[in-house]
Design a protein around this ligand. Structure first.
Ligand SMILES: N=CN[C@@H](CCC(=O)O)C(=O)O
Length: 309
């Protein structure tokens, strides 16, 4: 909680996040709950640049000074931390458990990463919650804003590059539909094998180069059609979807990426669907974050996602 500090304005109605965020308690009224995932074991296993374990602290620092425009509260439920490479699966299980509990308490969890291996934990938490509620075959839509499919074959090693392949396999085992939209993917950074797997799995694919001003409305309509066929939405944002000029602090900076302005609009579209159950923001690596640009961009996106006015 010590990270929630900063400037205080004397004028009335001038609150900032750090003055409003309070520790989460089981009896807290419904609101947004932040949970950190201090883990980059998945990035290490995926041979990426480690450092994302420090992401949650940096994200809280970037959120703290932002102006407060919400009506409903925001709580901080602390961090789930990973203790070394061999602890990744256990950390994912702990995060899943915490998210399921928050969902059961009518909260909107927003998880702060951490490597993108957190996606498997987020989906597992939502699944656990829906199963406990007796939903037999929920249509969960995953909206992933990402330069990468993260559909690598998990049979050898599970990592930040495998969560959606793990989720697809679990959906198949349960007889559930796998509804996955990957928006912003880079052809140059995903092999043919990954594109083939994505096509076989029926993934809604939008490449980074399709995000042009005159095509953007059509992409939004496609996203709306995708969401219309889902009961519940899980939004996951890998910050490497942004251009490296806007997000240098990630494991794999994007040469092209999708502009923050467009990503923000997509996030608002998901927010306004009425179906959003949880969200996460992955891969922030403060060691490479010149001038805190990536943390600021992520904080702005979280701010927009959680606006309730
Ligand atoms: N979550 C990121 N996944 C990317 C990472 C690529 C990289 O670090 O170079 C992937 O597996 O392709």
């Amino acid at each position: 909680m010590s990270l929630w500090a900063g400037r205080e304005d004397v004028e009335p109605d001038s609150l900032r996040w750090h003055q409003v965020v309070t520790p989460y308690k089981r009896a807290s009224e419904p609101g947004v709950v932040l949970v950190g995932f201090g883990c980059d074991a998945g990035v290490a296993r995926n041979q990426g640049r480690v450092g994302a374990a420090e992401g949650p602290r940096s994200l809280r620092r970037a959120l703290a000074p932002l102006a407060w425009h919400r009506r409903a509260p925001v709580f901080d439920a602390g961090d789930v931390n990973c203790h070394g490479n061999d602890d990744m699966e256990s950390a994912q299980a702990r995060l899943a458990e915490r998210l399921a509990t928050l969902l059961a308490n009518s909260q909107l969890p927003v998880a702060l990463g951490g490597g993108h291996e957190m996606a498997y934990a987020s989906w597992s938490g939502l699944t656990r919650h829906l199963e406990a509620r007796g939903e037999r075959c929920p249509k969960i839509g995953i909206v992933n804003l990402d330069a990468h499919f993260d559909l690598r074959d998990p049979s050898q090693v599970r990592s930040s590059g495998t969560p959606f392949a793990q989720i697809a396999a679990e959906c198949e085992a349960r007889g559930w539909p796998f509804r996955y939209a990957c928006l912003g993917v880079s052809r140059a950074n995903n092999t043919r094998a990954l594109f083939d797997r994505a096509r076989k799995l029926g993934v809604l694919i939008k490449e980074d180069r399709e995000f042009l001003p005159h095509r953007f409305e059509a992409i939004q309509r496609e996203l709306e059609r995708f969401m219309a066929h889902c009961d519940h939405l899980y939004l996951t944002v890998d910050l490497d979807v942004l251009p490296s000029s806007e997000a240098p602090g990630v494991s794999a900076p994007a040469a092209r990426g999708v502009a923050l302005a467009m990503i923000e609009t997509l996030i608002e579209t998901v927010r306004d669907s009425g179906k959003l159950r949880l969200a996460d923001f992955a891969e922030l690596n403060p060691s490479f974050d010149n001038d805190g640009r990536t943390a600021r961009a992520a904080a702005r996106l979280i701010h927009q996602l959680t606006l309730d006015t």
